[in-house]
Design a protein around this ligand. Sequence first.
Ligand code: PGA
Length: 253
Amino acid sequence: MGRRPIIAGNWKLNPDSVEQARELADAVAEGDVGEVDVVLIPPAVFIAQVRQAVAGAGVAVGAQNMHPAANGAFTGEVSGSMLRSLGCAYVVCGHSERRGVFGETSEFVGEKVAAALQVGLTPILCCGETRSQRDGGSATAVVAQQLRDGLAALDAEAAARCVLAYEPVWAIGTGLTATPQQAEETHAFIRHWLVERFDRETAETIRIQYGGSVKPHNAAELLAQPNIDGALVGGASLKAESFLAIVGCASRS
Ligand code: PGA
């Protein structure tokens, strides 16, 4: 369908120091990214160094979170324009750890998505159900609600500038990947939802990453699915070798 694969490495609260961040970014920058959009998503304090390390290597940098306001009394937060000024191109919005551990609502996530687009950042909007929601049969309803709220403020043109990430919560950091069939089923559901919410062309343009224990050994099969356009990688992005192996799978998909 001509969607360019996008592989992003979400470093979460890692590594311990700016020196280690620089080392990891240097090692990724030495790899071959081929025809793949590759994004490193370090903790905000390392963004400037990581950006410097990957400059000229065809690797972009993203942030793990942002606040929707441009300025104000929001101690501890960073804004989209601050991230832009560091050379960030992407920002993750509504990761399940932000929703689950930090209590972010879908409406708040939607504000972040809209604010990110306004300053020229590409939001990576995350969605995904918990184990009990899946077992209770409400997985697609949960995902649809997260997308409805996350994309609430957008018209088709704005939505086309977003990346989505489907990350079943039960697969994150657990080693329990969704099977390629399970993942594809939800991705196809999301694509269909986008057709209904916007239009076919917009739906066919938007890239949908899969996330949740993506590793070199399972990436090829996941990325071969017609509606899986990339991966949001946590644990395996902390080693350049495994991250680049996943990038290699995307370049062959
Ligand atoms: P994981 O994390 O690859 O370690 O499961 C994925 C994510 O949370 O984005």
